[in-house]
Design a protein around this ligand. Structure first.
Ligand SMILES: Cc1ncc(C[n+]2csc(CCOP(=O)(O)OP(=O)(O)O)c2C)c(N)n1
Ligand SMILES: [Mg+2]
Length: 804
């Protein structure tokens, strides 16, 4: 790096600090339509990272590199992209406003090429690690080798490292042989509320080294290093090293005179250090004492250039929160905002004329032409089309599913994947499965036997070598297609997020399928939400589920997951009862996760299927009798749209039983038993409460906007039911999942489901205990569709289950 380039970089650093600070100020003080929600956290945090990001984006990064920027540095990111011509003034002017640049970098909502969304701290950080593993996976399979290998970089707040998911990821990274990943810690020793604990850096250093990382500590800038070399310098170094974080922050805030007083008080009559301090004016002293390496371009550039690509590297960069701004170092500065007066003086100091606040080259000492020339040659700026497109992989409408007469959906899932595993097709080759230590218990075993486990270094199955009989071959190789994770569910979702963005990040489409026990979705829910927010595409197979896992244990029972499936944006949830339904849904899902079309809803079901999304399948281990039937095109469509009549209601129908999932046998039996006493009973199989509900609300909205003919699938399905007909809904999950069905055409409804959990027992005992058994369905029908007593109820009411 030559001197001229360094001075351009420091001009850019100044410009970025200005633009980021101004963007926030503008949103708060000038635009002011934020409904009282002032921009907290941004100004001070942005200033903290401005130097590091200048060094990275204008010098170090290459187009193929991918970066997760810590949430509150979003204005810095937007400012950099603005200077590089990838962000508009209009979006900056509308920062945090409607359709403006986002408060936290957003892959889907921002226009300036965000690699990883951030916001919920800790998640973006971990995703860089998994993204690096995915890059290795893709390349090991011989794909994308014509592209240069990218480095995965996270810019992390020091308090962000409190998030446990980061450490879960670190451990997994160590197991998987992580490389090519940089985590840059903005060590400003401040969190949101306060100044952080002393000596954290030493814990971090030890931790990272233990996990096999290189650790680079960047503490002192060039000025301080020079001062240390002078007489009295060693005293100064020790003073800084011993200075508590709180005091250092307070002095940073107070500035030159306070530094002088404090230092001279502590120096006493030591001659050399006193001379060293006295040789500096107040301004110079403040500059010297805050010259931490995280604000020193030469130190940063040197460290980044020296890093080893093959090993993961953690940079602990000492910085000052609010550096260069009047509230620098103040412990309350997270929500700190510059006043109009402070902004005016910053503006004057930056030589920005009023009315020229957004001008890119305003107030710089180097000519616009020279800076423009520099910007045009910034390596990172060369990425014109940063997001790759990968052609969709064709999915057959029929997946082979050898169905046994009695079978569970979980076994069906294993069988379908096993069949896929036999094929040598692009589809089968692009599938990648992953599971947090429940590969075998979620029935991925047969697939893994065929396709092997992925690892950068091959590892044979010792049991196989020793000829010890075992059902599962556990062989690792670069060709393997299953990524086995440790138990941490957070890692599962973040890996799915990274795999599900492979098409965009690495230009190669993968079809990720992750399995876990349904109740443990809750453990990784924020990471799942995060994956959906950034539009990663994957299939989540959750099994076993509900209370149907019966003897497996009360704490493993999931009640709320069907509601999560309905409420989670970007995730289409299905809960099939039968394996032929599952085969249809899986085939749909494999295509759906690849769609990126129009947001326009289809006029058939009012769902936005062309935009695609991820898919959640809630499966069960319950063995149930499978219907023998022909899968017609119409039935296939209904299964995907969310519901079909297993028994069509007659014209005088008094009761409909609508069920989802594993309670199918009870629903079928109840309908059979009621048939003599209630007329024309209907049985509705609901494969996706989520999609039925979404279509219904969308169709209503469309009608309210004037499209009077808009009808959703559920409205058409229930259209012919007489008004007096009662609806009993039942599922092994929270009853609210289906309770809304009564509102579709104004039918009375009684919703059965599970509201409490914790009992173990047999399925029959638990269904009775929680009120989702045949008897409960019949009793609900009698209550809601009054008439003569349902004869079988009496018999059923005598519990076969004494003491249940
Ligand atoms: C999961 C989650 N919890 C809480 C928050 C609120 N929050 C935003 S930033 C922050 C801490 C900021 O500290 P640090 O990471 O050190 O960044 P700095 O403020 O120093 O720039 C918190 C608690 C969040 N964004 N995400
Ligand atoms: Mg901090």
């Amino acid at each position: 790096m030559y001197a001229g380039e360094l001075s351009i970089l420091s001009e850019l650093e100044k410009k970025i600090l200005w633009l980021a600070t101004w963007t926030i100020h503008h949103a708060n003080h000038i635009r002011q339509n934020l409904d009282g929600m002032k921009v907290g956290g941004h100004q001070a945090s942005s200033a903290s990272l401005a130097t590091i990001m200048t060094a990275l984006y204008f010098e170090v990064l290459r187009p193929q590199d991918r970066v997760a920027v810590k949430p509150h540095a979003s204005p810095v990111f937007h400012a950099i992209q603005y200077l590089l011509g990838h962000q508009s003034q209009e979006k900056l002017v509308a920062f945090r406003g409607y359709k403006g640049a986002q408060s936290y970098p957003s892959r889907t909502k921002d226009v300036d090429d965000v690699d990883f969304s951030t916001g919920s701290v800790g998640l973006g950080v971990a995703q860089t690690l998994f993204s690096s593993l995915v890059q290795d996976y893709v390349r090991a399979h011989g794909w994308g080798l014509d592209q240069p290998e990218g480095r995965m970089v996270a810019l992390i707040g020091d308090a962000e490292l409190d998030e446990g998911n980061i450490f879960e990821a670190l451990l997994e990274g160590w197991k998987q042989g992580l490389r090519n990943c940089w985590w840059i810690i903005d060590y400003n020793r401040q969190s949101l509320d306060a100044v952080i604990r002393e000596g954290l850096w030493a814990r971090y250093e030890a931790l990272f080294r233990d996990f096999g990382w290189d650790v680079v500590i960047l503490k002192y800038g060039t000025l301080l290093q020079q001062a240390f070399a002078e007489p009295g310098g060693e005293w100064l170094r020790q003073w800084i090293d011993n200075c508590p974080n709180q005091l250092y922050s307070a002095l940073v805030f107070q500035g030159g005179p306070a530094w002088r007083k404090r230092l001279l008080d502590d120096i006493g009559d030591h001659g050399a250090p006193r001379q060293l301090v006295e040789a500096h004016s107040d301004g110079e002293l403040a500059r010297l004492m805050t010259n931490l390496a995280g604000h020193d371009l030469p130190s940063l550039l040197e460290a980044f250039a020296a890093a080893d690509q093959e090993r993961p590297t953690c940079f602990i960069c000492y910085t000052i929160k609010g550096y260069g701004l009047p509230f620098a170092g103040h412990k309350d500065n997270h929500a700190g905002l510059m006043t109009q007066a402070q902004m005016k003086s910053l503006q004057a100091a930056m030589n920005v004329r009023p009315g020229h606040e957004w001008d890119k080259f305003e107030g710089l000492t180097i000519s616009a032409t020279e800076i423009e020339r520099f910007l045009a040659n910034v390596p990172f700026a060369k990425r014109r089309r940063h997001r790759h497109d990968a052609a969709p992989i064709a999915i057959p409408s029929e997946l082979r599913a050898p169905i046994q007469s009695v079978m569970s959906t979980q076994a069906g899932f294993g069988t379908i994947l096993n069949e896929l595993g036999r094929e040598n097709s692009t589809l089968a080759n692009r599938i990648v499965t992953t599971s947090p230590d429940v590969t075998v218990s979620t029935n991925l075993g047969p697939w893994v036997n065929r396709r092997g486990l992925f690892a950068r270094e091959a590892l044979a199955d010792a049991f196989k070598k020793e000829r010890i009989p075992s059902t599962f071959a556990w062989e690792f190789s670069q060709q393997g297609q299953h990524i086995e994770l440790g138990i941490a569910e957070m890692n599962l979702f973040i890996l799915l997020s990274a795999l599900g963005l492979s098409y965009a990040h690495h230009g190669e489409r993968l079809l990720p399928i992750g399995t876990l026990y349904d109740p443990f979705i809750a453990r990784g829910l924020d990471a799942l939400n995060y994956a959906c927010y950034q539009d990663a595409r994957f299939i989540l197979v959750a099994t076993p589920s509900g209370i149907t896992l019966a003897p497996e244990g009360g704490a493993h029972q999931s009640i709320s997951t069907p509601l999560i499936g309905m409420a989670q944006d970007g995730l289409a949830a299905f809960e099939p009862a039968f394996v032929d339904e599952l085969a249809v849904i899986l085939s749909f899902a494999l295509a759906y996760i690849q769609k990126e079309g129009e947001v326009q809803a289809s006029e058939r079901n009012w769902l936005r299927d062309e935009t695609g999304g991820s898919v959640y399948l809630r499966l069960s281990t319950r063995l149930i009798e499978q219907p023998q039937r022909v899968m017609t095109a119409e039935l296939r469509q209904f299964i995907i749209d969310g519901a079909y009549w297993l028994r069509k209601p007659g014209p005088n129908c008094e009761v409909v039983v609508a069920f989802t999932g594993a309670v199918a046998p009870e629903a079928i039996q109840a309908v059979g038993l009621m048939a003599e006493d209630r007329r024309d009973v209907g049985l509705l199989a609901i494969t996706s409460a989520d999609r039925l509900n979404a279509g219904w609300t969308a169709a209503q909205r469309a009608r309210e906007r004037g499209l009077l003919d808009a009808r959703s699938h559920v409205e058409r399905t229930l259209a012919d039911l007489p008004g007096h007909c009662g609806l009993v809904t039942v599922l092994d999950g929270h009853p609210a999942t289906l309770a809304w069905l009564g509102a579709v055409s104004g039918h009375r409804v009684r919703s059965l489901g599970v509201e409490h959990f914790g009992q173990t027992g047999s399925i029959a005992e638990l269904y009775c205990h929680y009120g989702i058994d045949t008897n409960a369905i019949v009793a609900a029908a009698q209550a809601i569709a009054p008439g003569r007593p349902i004869r079988h109820l009496k018999r059923l009411a005598e519990p076969e289950l004494a003491g249940a």
